[in-house]
Design a protein around this ligand. Sequence first.
Ligand code: GLN
Length: 311
Amino acid sequence: MRATRAEGIEPIGADAVQTTGALLQAGADRLRASGSDTPRLDAELLLGTAVGAGRTAVVAHPEAPVGPDAARRYRADIERRATGEPVAYIRGLKEFYGLAFGVDPRALIPRPETERLVELAEAEVMRRLGLASPSVEPLRIVDVGTGSGAIAVALAASLRRRGAGEAIEMLATDVSPEALHLARENAVSHAVADRITFEGADLLPDRPAAFDLVLANLPYVRHDAMARLPTATTFEPALALDGGADGLEIVDRLVDLLPVALAAAGIALLEIGADQGDAIVTLVASRLSGWSCRVELDLAGLPRVASISRG
Ligand code: GLN
């Protein structure tokens, strides 16, 4: 029996082939109504993911048709976003330091502010390598509370690109086994799993170590501010955000460990909140007599990284 014509025709409605431009418009309208601050950008990223192309490709071709499967995925993703779920969790990835990181609710989504810490760490490693003779021991680096592995992996990948991959030895810790799994996956994706050892620990393993660099983006949100976080942030693990009563409880515990964790000429680079510049200087002065604490600003000119060393 011959197929009737109707079998080959797309039904009108949700499954009809639509253009990129029309879907972007509809998605952005839906997200604007749901309260997203960045409805158009969200829609572009989600449509790019659904059609398997980059955001720029979908923006550049508003007339391009989108097939029914991609359109269905896009509509479902728009609905997830409309509940407040972060775009990065829906896409399963986030760009950080020029690399695409796998992300999901096992760990905090890497933030652009944290790129400042990696930048400072990279400059510090290159400075130290420039001073050292080629045959010295590798620099020992630890990323405390690695989460998705963003800091450790971005730094190791960047150093490898610069030909300095073998000059470092890195440990990445986390108290969450799920986060460590994700971090390991990211290290594998970016071909630096051979440079980084992952280890479950509450801050640092309980054995003597003398790190040249201690890096950390620990939770630093004040406990009473947790309830006022943006909706998207409530999808992330509270464990990675809640810094206790003054926000610096966990940072404080790490500062206490620095005299044993840092090599003589070592340096700790710790991410802090934009309003914690004075507090971290006071904290270090009260705990580590004779040490110095300098606060580095981020691109917006806000306090972002505390640089702590002896003398
Ligand atoms: N900057 C993050 C936020 O405000 C907090 C990250 C952290 O606690 N380390 O959501």
